[in-house]
Design a protein. Structure first.
Ligand code: MSP
Length: 644
C-alpha cells in the first residue's frame, strides 16, 4: 500500500526584537504557537514551528549603545535569554531563527535582488520629516503643528524635511491584487474584524514603500550598494521563508511553504496582512493560509510594554508554579483575538480553583483510592451502569468538540469544555461515593467500575490538555501507570477505555501547588531573583570590569575569628605576596576545609577592618540561602594567576 504523506502544518511567531527581554505578552504568542503545534502533531500533521529574533535596525543599535555593547553582543545575550525562557515554558519550536545568521542574510539579499531585477524594487528619493535626535523619518500620520512643522513623537524634538536616496518597493502596484486576494480568501486575516480593518486600509490607497535606509548601519546591506541597508521589516518578514529552507533546503521549503498560520499581535497586522502578502506576490510565492492577529495582554488597561514600565516578568510565575499554570491561564482567560487584563490576583485565583482544586484534587483522590482499595492496581471493571456510560459517552463528545476548537484556534473554548467535563467527573465521584462502596465487600465490583471510570476520564482529559499543559499531562499519564507518554498516542487513536486493568498506578503527588494569594503577592513584591532578573541588571563596561584585580590565591592558613560565628581569617599567597583576608564562610566551611585550597580573590579592594581584623581583599563565592559556596581551582593553577 502506498504510504500516505502527512499533511503539513507550518506555524510561526513574530521574531522578537532583541532590545529587551521577553515579557508575558511575547510568551503569549509563543505559547499559542506551541499549543497549535503540539495539537497538530497529535492530529497526524507534519509540523514545523518557527520562532526567533529580529536583530537588525536602529532600535537594536540604540539599545546596544545605551548598554555600551555592540549590537551583536546584545543580541547574543537576548537570544540566550529568549531560548532559556522558551525552554522553561516547554516551547517545542523546530527552529530558532536569528536575522543575523548568514543564510537568512543571504536569502534576504537574494530576494531583494530578485525584486530589483523584476522592477518591483526601484531606486528613487524619499522626502520626509526627519528627526536628527532619533535618526529616523517620522511616520506619515504624525500631524503638522500650527506652525507647519512636525514634532518627533519619540523625543519631542522638532523634525526637519530631509530628502534621501532610497529604494522603493512598488507597493502601489499590489493594491488591486491584494483586494482581490482578500475577497477570494475571507479567512486570510482572522479574527474577522481584523480583516475589515485591513481591507479598508488598502482601499484607502497604497503608496510605494521605502525599504532601505542610509542612516542605519546595523542592517543587511543592499546587494551591490552597501551604503544602503535593507529596512528591518523587509529583512524580518522574510524570516518566514528563510527559516524553512528558502535558498538552503528546497525540499523543506517545498514541504512547508506556504505557512498555515502566522500568529502575530494586532499591532503588527499591517506588516503581515498588507506588506508581507505584497512582497510574496512580487516574489511569486504562494500566500500563507492565515494571519491570526491576537489581542494584547494589558495591565491596568494599558498594553504591557517596556516603555510603559508595566511589563510582567514570566519568571515570577514560572518560579512558583512551573510552566503549565501560566500556559493554562493565558490560554484559558481570553479568546485569542481579544485583549485580556493580567493580574496576579486573577492568575492565582484561577490556578487555585481550576488546577489545584478541580483537576489536581480529582487526580489525587482517584489515585489515593486506587491505592487504598486496590493496592495501586487499576481494577478490572464490572459492567457499566447508566451513569458510568454517560461519563464515557460525554468523553467521546468532548474529544470531538475539543478537536474542532483546537482546529479553529479557539483554545479557550477547548479548555472551557474540558473543565465542564472535569466538573462532571468530580460530580460522578461525589454521587457514587466510592469511599462508601469500599466499606461493603459485596459492592467491590461496583467500586472497581467507578474508580476505573474516573481513571479513564482523567487519562482522556489530561490527553486533551496535553497541547496546553504538556508537562502535567505527561505526569498524570505516568502516575496512572501508562507505559508511554501521551504524545505517542494519536488523537484519532485516543479512546476512553485506554487504561488497562492490572496497570500499576503510582502514589499520588501534588500536581499543582495551592498558593495563598496574600503570600504570593508579598513574595512577588520582593525584587526578583538576580539570576533571572535581566530587567534590573546594571551593566558595567569592560573597562570598569578591568579595574578589578582578580587573582588565584593559595590559602596558607585558615582560622576562626574569635567571637564571630560566621567569619574565618585566611592567610593567602597571591603570587609571592602574603595577605590576610576575612571571609563570612564559617557556616559552610571549617578552617581545615580551606587550608591548602586555591580560590579567587579580588586583591585591589580597599582594605577594611571586620570585627577588629584587617581584611586585605575578598574571596569570591556563590551565596545560596545565605550560605557561601566557594569555587576552588585545581592544585596546579599557580597562586597569583590573573582571573579575567
Ligand atoms: N520584531 C517585530 C516582529 C517582526 S515579525 C516578522 C516585533 N517584535 S516585538 O518584540 O516588538 O513584538 C513581538 C510580538 O509580541 C508582537 O506580535 C506583539 O504584538 C507581541 N506583544 C508585545 N506586547 C504584547 C502584549 N502586551 N500582549 C500581547 N502581545 C504583545 O514587533
Amino acid at each position: 500500500m502506498e504510504k500516505k504523506s502527512k499533511p503539513a502544518f507550518y506555524v510561526t511567531t513574530p521574531i522578537y526584537y532583541v532590545n529587551d527581554v521577553p515579557h508575558i505578552g511575547h510568551a503569549y504568542t509563543t505559547i499559542i504557537a506551541d499549543v497549535l503545534a503540539r495539537f497538530k502533531k497529535l492530529d497526524g500533521h507534519d509540523v514545523f514551528f518557527l520562532t526567533g529574533t529580529d536583530e537588525h535596525g536602529q532600535k537594536i543599535e540604540k539599545a546596544a549603545a545605551e548598554r555600551n555593547l555592540k549590537p551583536i553582543a546584545l543580541a547574543d545575550k537576548m537570544v540566550e535569554w529568549c531560548k532559556s525562557l522558551w525552554r522553561d515554558l516547554g516551547i517545542s519550536y523546530d527552529y530558532f531563527l536569528r536575522t543575523t545568521e548568514l543564510r537568512h542574510e543571504q536569502g534576504v539579499q537574494k530576494l531583494f535582488q530578485r525584486l530589483l531585477d523584476k522592477g518591483d524594487i526601484y531606486k528613487g528619493s524619499y522626502q520626509g520629516w526627519y528627526c536628527t535626535g532619533e535618526e529616523n523619518f517620522l511616520a506619515d500620520d504624525v500631524p503638522l503643528t500650527d506652525d507647519g512643522a512636525k514634532i518627533c513623537p519619540d523625543c519631542g524634538r522638532k523634525a526637519t524635511v530631509v530628502t534621501e536616496e532610497t529604494y522603493f518597493f512598488r507597493l502601489s502596484a499590489y493594491e488591486r491584487p491584494l483586494l482581490d486576494f482578500y475577497a477570494a480568501h475571507p479567512e486570510f486575516v482572522r479574527p474577522q474584524g481584523r480583516m475589515n480593518e485591513v481591507v479598508s486600509f488598502v482601499r484607502g490607497g497604497l503608496k510605494d514603500l521605502s525599504i532601505t535606509r542610509t542612516t542605519v548601519k546595523w542592517g543587511i546591506p543592499v546587494p551591490g550598494d552597501p551604503a544602503h541597508t535593507i529596512y528591518v521589516w523587509f529583512d524580518a518578514l522574510n524570516n518566514y521563508v528563510t527559516g524553512i529552507g528558502y535558498d538552503w533546503d528546497p525540499a523543506l521549503f517545498a514541504k512547508f511553504w506556504p505557512a498555515t498560520v502566522h500568529l502575530i499581535g494586532k499591532d503588527i497586522l499591517r506588516f503581515h496582512a498588507v506588506f508581507w502578502p505584497a512582497f510574496l506576490m512580487a516574489m511569486e510565492f504562494p500566500l500563507p493560509e492565515c494571519v491570526f492577529g491576537h489581542g494584547w495582554w494589558l495591565r491596568d488597561e494599558a498594553k504591557m510594554s517596556k516603555s510603559k514600565g508595566n511589563v510582567l516578568d514570566p519568571y515570577i510565575l514560572i518560579r512558583t508554579f512551573g510552566p503549565d499554570p501560566l500556559r493554562y491561564f493565558l490560554m484559558r482567560e481570553i479568546p485569542i483575538g481579544n485583549d485580556g487584563n493580567f493580574s496576579h490576583e486573577g492568575f492565582v485565583n484561577r490556578v487555585n480553583a481550576d488546577l489545584a482544586n478541580d483537576l489536581g484534587n480529582l487526580v489525587h483522590r482517584t489515585l489515593t483510592m486506587i491505592r487504598s482499595y486496590f493496592g495501586g492496581v487499576l481494577p478490572d471493571p464490572a459492567p457499566e451502569h447508566e451513569a458510568d456510560r454517560k461519563i464515557r459517552s460525554d468523553f467521546a463528545a468532548l474529544k470531538d468538540a475539543v478537536h474542532s476548537h483546537y482546529g479553529a484556534y479557539a483554545i479557550n473554548r477547548a479548555l472551557e469544555d474540558i473543565w465542564v467535563y472535569i466538573g462532571a467527573v468530580n460530580k460522578y465521584l461525589a454521587d457514587n461515593e466510592p469511599w462508601k462502596l469500599a466499606k461493603d465487600a459485596a459492592r467491590r465490583p461496583r467500586l472497581a467500575r467507578v474508580l476505573y471510570q474516573a481513571a479513564a476520564a482523567i487519562r482522556g482529559t489530561s490527553y486533551l490538555l496535553y497541547p496546553v499543559m504538556p508537562a502535567s499531562a505527561a505526569k498524570i499519564w505516568d502516575l496512572l501507570g501508562e507505559p508511554e507518554p501521551p504524545e505517542r498516542t494519536s488523537y484519532a487513536e485516543l479512546s476512553f477505555a485506554g487504561p488497562k486493568a492490572g496497570q500499576a498506578a503510582k502514589e499520588a503527588v501534588p500536581l499543582f501547588p495551592r498558593v495563598d494569594l496574600k503570600e504570593f503577592l508579598a513574595m512577588e513584591a520582593k525584587p526578583a531573583d538576580q539570576a533571572k532578573s535581566e530587567e534590573h541588571m546594571d551593566y558595567i563596561t569592560y573597562d570598569e570590569f578591568k579595574k578589578m584585580d582578580l587573582r588565584v590565591a593559595h590559602v596558607l592558613k585558615a582560622e576562626r575569628v574569635e567571637g564571630a560565628q560566621k567569619l574565618i581569617k585566611l592567610q593567602i599567597d597571591i603570587g609571592g605576596e602574603t595577605r590576610q583576608i576575612v571571609a563570612g564562610v564559617a557556616e559552610t566551611y571549617k578552617p581545615e576545609d580551606l587550608a591548602g585550597k586555591k580560590i579567587v580573590v579580588i586583591v585591589n579592594l580597599k582594605p577594611a577592618v571586620i570585627r577588629g581584623v584587617e581584611s586585605q581583599g575578598m574571596l569570591l563565592a556563590a551565596v545560596v540561602d545565605d550560605k557561601a559556596s566557594i569555587p576552588f581551582f585545581d592544585a596546579h593553577v599557580p597562586a597569583g594567576a590573573k582571573v579575567k
